[in-house]
Ligand binder design. Structure first.
Ligand SMILES: Cc1ncc(COP(=O)(O)O)c(C=O)c1O
Length: 457
C-alpha cells in the first residue's frame, strides 16, 4: 500500500509551484540542500562536538581530511566530525565569527540556549516587545523562557524605527543581563553601534558584564550577502539566526559568537570572553540531545551557496524587489507601517488602508494563490488572532526570479483582492465573489508556473 504521505507531498509541490509565496520567513532551498537533508546522515547519533582545532583558519581540504580527537559520546564519527567542522568553518567565515554552534534544531532553540548560557532564572532580558515587532521567543508570556527570565520590552517610534531613547532608559532602569536586538516584523536597519554604546553605559552603572545579543533570523541572508550590517562587526557578542529564511538553507538554527573557543567538557568562568564555550554547553547537554547531522550537512551546503557571488546578487535583488513592491503597493493606496522598507519585509496596515482586518485579507489572498500572514501592528487595537495588518516579503519570490515587472502585477492583484474584500465585508461573503477570485487565481497560476521552484521538477 502506498503511504498517503507521498500523495500529500505531491499536492504540496503543486501548491508551491502554482502559488506565490510571500511569507517573508519562507524560501525555496536548492536541490543540493534538499539532497543533504534527505541523506543517510539522519541515521547517525553524534551527541557532543567535533574538535574545534584550526577553525576558523584551515582550508576546506585540510578540514575534510584531518582526523582529530573529538568531544563525542558515540563512535563512528569520522565523517560526521568533518561535516560539522566544515559547517562551523563556513558559518564563521560568512558571519565574521570566532565560533559557530550549528546544532540548534530551530531559531527558538538557539535563542533559549543563549539565554540559558548567560542568564540565571529571574534575570532580566531586554528585547523588542512583541507588538513592536519582536519575536515570541523574546519574552512572550506563552513561552517557557518567559517563565524563567524577566523580559522587559522596548518599543518602536511612530516612524517605525527602534525607540533608542526608550531602549536606553529601560536598560538603565531594569539592569538587564542581556540586551537583545532582533525582530520578526521590523523594516528598518538597526543602529547596532548605538546599542553597543548603551551596553557600555549599563555595564558602567551596574558593574557587571551585559551580553549583547542579536537575533537576525530574518535578515541573516542579507547579512551574508553583504547588503545588511553584521551585528558582530559592531560590538555584539552573539548572533542567533534561523537558517531557513533569507539564508535559504534547511529549517534550523545557528549561534555565532566571538570569544574564546575551547573544550566544552570543562565549565569555564562566566565571562563574555568565554561565551562560545558557555553556548556550546548550553546547546548540548544544556537544552538539546543528539544533533541532526543531515540538517547540519544541509546547513553547510547552504553556507557554501551563500559564499558565492550569485548569493550577493540574490540578496541585493531581495531588497530591490521589496522596495519596488512597497512603492507599487503605496501607489495602489496601501498604507505601510514605517512608510516602506529597508529590508525584505513589508507590513501593511490593512485596517487603515481599507477598513477590514488582516485575517480577512489573508484568507482572501489564499483564494488566489498569494500566501502571506496576518500580523499585529505596533499599538494594534485589534486582537492578535484578528490583527490589523498583514506581513509579506520578497525572499521566496526573488529565489524564483521574479523582478520589477512582477512586483507591479502583484500590487495590482493585491488591490483587486482588497476591493473584493471590501465588497464582501466578511469571510462568509467571500464565496459570493468566487468568479472574480478564480479569474485572479488563474492569472497568478499562469505567472507562478512560468518561474520554476528550485528542487521541484
Ligand atoms: C526573529 C526570530 N527569531 C526566532 C524565530 C524562531 O525560529 P524557529 O521557528 O525556527 O524556532 C523566528 C521565526 O520566525 C524569528 O523570526
Amino acid at each position: 500500500m502506498k503511504d498517503l504521505i507521498f500523495d500529500l507531498i505531491e499536492n504540496e509541490k503543486v501548491r508551491q509551484t502554482e502559488g506565490l509565496e510571500l511569507i517573508p520567513s519562507e524560501n525555496y532551498v536548492s536541490s543540493n540542500v534538499l539532497a543533504a537533508m534527505g541523506s543517510i546522515l539522519t541515521n547517525k547519533y553524534s551527541e557532543g562536538y567535533p574538535s574545534f582545532e584550526g577553525i576558523p583558519g584551515w582550508d576546506e581540504d585540510k578540514i575534510a581530511t584531518e582526523v582529530l580527537p573529538n568531544y563525542r559520546y558515540y563512535g563512528g564519527q569520522t565523517n560526521v566530525d568533518r561535516i560539522e567542522r566544515l559547517a562551523i568553518s563556513r558559518a564563521c567565515q560568512l558571519f565574521h565569527a570566532s565560533h559557530a554552534n550549528v546544532q540548534p534544531h530551530s531559531g527558538a532553540q538557539a535563542n533559549n540556549a543563549v539565554y540559558f548560557a548567560w542568564a540565571e532564572p529571574g534575570d532580566t532580558i531586554l528585547g523588542m516587545s512583541l507588538p513592536a515587532g519582536g519575536h515570541l521567543t523574546h519574552g512572550s508570556p506563552v513561552t517557557e523562557s518567559a517563565h524563567i527570565y524577566n523580559f522587559v520590552g522596548y518599543g518602536v517610534t511612530e516612524s517605525g524605527d527602534i525607540d533608542y531613547a526608550d531602549l536606553e532608559a529601560k536598560a538603565l532602569d531594569c539592569d538587564p543581563k542581556i540586551i537583545l536586538v532582533g525582530y520578526s516584523a521590523f523594516m528598518k536597519i538597526p543602529d547596532f553601534a548605538r546599542v553597543a554604546t548603551i551596553r557600555e553605559k549599563v555595564t558602567a552603572k551596574f558593574g557587571h558584564e551585559v551580553l549583547l545579543m542579536a537575533d537576525m533570523a530574518h535578515v541573516a541572508g542579507l547579512i551574508a550577502g553583504g547588503v545588511h550590517p553584521n551585528p558582530l562587526d559592531y560590538g555584539f557578542d552573539v548572533m542567533t539566526t534561523t537558517t531557513h529564511k533569507t539564508l535559504r538553507g534547511p529549517r534550523g538554527g545557528l549561534i555565532l559568537s566571538k570569544g574564546n573557543v575551547a573544550s566544552p567538557l570543562k565549565k569555564p568562568a562566566h565571562t563574555l570572553e568565554n561565551i562560545p564555550i558557555l553556548i556550546d554547553r548550553a546547546v548540548f547537554p544544556g537544552t538539546q540531545g543528539g544533533p541532526l547531522e543531515h540538517i547540519i550537512a544541509a546547513k553547510a551546503v547552504a553556507f557554501y551557496e551563500a559564499m558565492q557571488p550569485a548569493f550577493k546578487a540574490y540578496a541585493e535583488a531581495i531588497i530591490k524587489n521589496a522596495s519596488a513592491l512597497a512603492a507599487a503597493l503605496q501607489a495602489q493606496g496601501f498604507i505601510l507601517q514605517g512608510n516602506g522598507t529597508e529590508n525584505h519585509l513589508i507590513l501593511i496596515d490593512v485596517q487603515k488602508s481599507f477598513g477590514f482586518d488582516g485575517k480577512l485579507y489573508e484568507k482572501a489572498l489564499d483564494l488566489v494563490g498569494l500566501t502571506l500572514n496576518a500580523n499585529s501592528l505596533p499599538h494594534d487595537k485589534n486582537a492578535a488572532f484578528r490583527p490589523s495588518g498583514v506581513r509579506l516579503g520578497t525572499p521566496a519570490i526573488t529565489t524564483r526570479g521574479l523582478g520589477f515587472a512582477e512586483m507591479e502585477k502583484l500590487a495590482l492583484w493585491m488591490k483587486q483582492v482588497a476591493d473584493l474584500c471590501q465588497a464582501a465585508g466578511s469571510e462568509e461573503h467571500l464565496a459570493d465573489y468566487a468568479d472574480a477570485f478564480s479569474k485572479i487565481h488563474a492569472e497568478v497560476t499562469a505567472l507562478a508556473t512560468s518561474f520554476p521552484v528550485p528542487g521541484i521538477n
